[in-house]
Design a protein around this ligand. Sequence first.
Ligand code: CUA
Length: 325
Amino acid sequence: MHIRIFYLLCLSAGCTGCAGLQSTLAPAGEDAARVAVLFWFMVAGGLAIWLGVVALALFYSRPHEAAPNRSRDRWLIVGAGVVFPIVVLTLLLGYSLAMIPPMVARAPEGSLVIEVTGEMWCVRYERPGQDHVVLANEIRLPVGQPVQFRLSSDNVIHSFWIPALGGKMDMIPGRATHFTLRPTRTGVFAGACAEYCGTSHALMRFYAEVMEVHAFEAWLQQQAVPAAAPTQPIATRGQQVFFRTGCHACHAVRGTAARARIGPDLTHVGSRRSLAAGTLPNAPDALFRWLSNPERLKPGVHMPAFGMLPEDDLHALAAYLESLR
Ligand code: CUA
């Protein structure tokens, strides 16, 4: 009885992976839909083969026949042991190979290009004839349109993966890899690094939001605009703290004197869904904890701790960053 409950619990835990933000079985992109169909095709094939093997085992576990039927047994061995696996594996190989060309095809000339660098997600939007837009740790895509991704890394090998939208692709230092995604429905989906890359590999995450085309265009235009000057006194004080403590030595806030490229671009950091590459919600208290001691929240992070600053300064700094919308 207990063992049955254990199996039921395992099954229900496994089923939680069938839906949600980060599931390959709830596809929201053309490539992800292909992968999901292949998965169910494999499951159905595996199930059919398993049933056949069980039927044969049951057949041969009967009491012995008076005279063994050698020619039938030989045909069974050749048929089920040689011909059947060759036919099944050839069909599966053909089916999965046929899937590769549409998945590696480039997006048409003139499509939006998104360059993602694995410095724990630097993201750059490029469109022919327009200024590039640099942001970090968040990707937004227009629904129904092909988007060309250009991936690279400035440190070790990472792997870029948004399970609900498509397959994964390695990000290799010194080399650009390409792939195209075409989302088929709007929503927020979770993405992650799928290649072990160091201490905080499990915390190298991000959100990908698929938007209606007009909302996406408005968002991208807004991201291209330089940061507005702070209006609230606490945010103005936070901006002074930002420059006094040297945050601008690593970060850029377009429209100010901060132009460094070592850490993430913070021009519109207040408008992002998450902080620290998908690991914290973007809220003032989370930002305060992050500024005080990033290492505690994300081991191995390059960002230094600012816990030595007076609490008032940290709150002001958090208010300034939250005001960058
Ligand atoms: Cu980057 Cu794992």
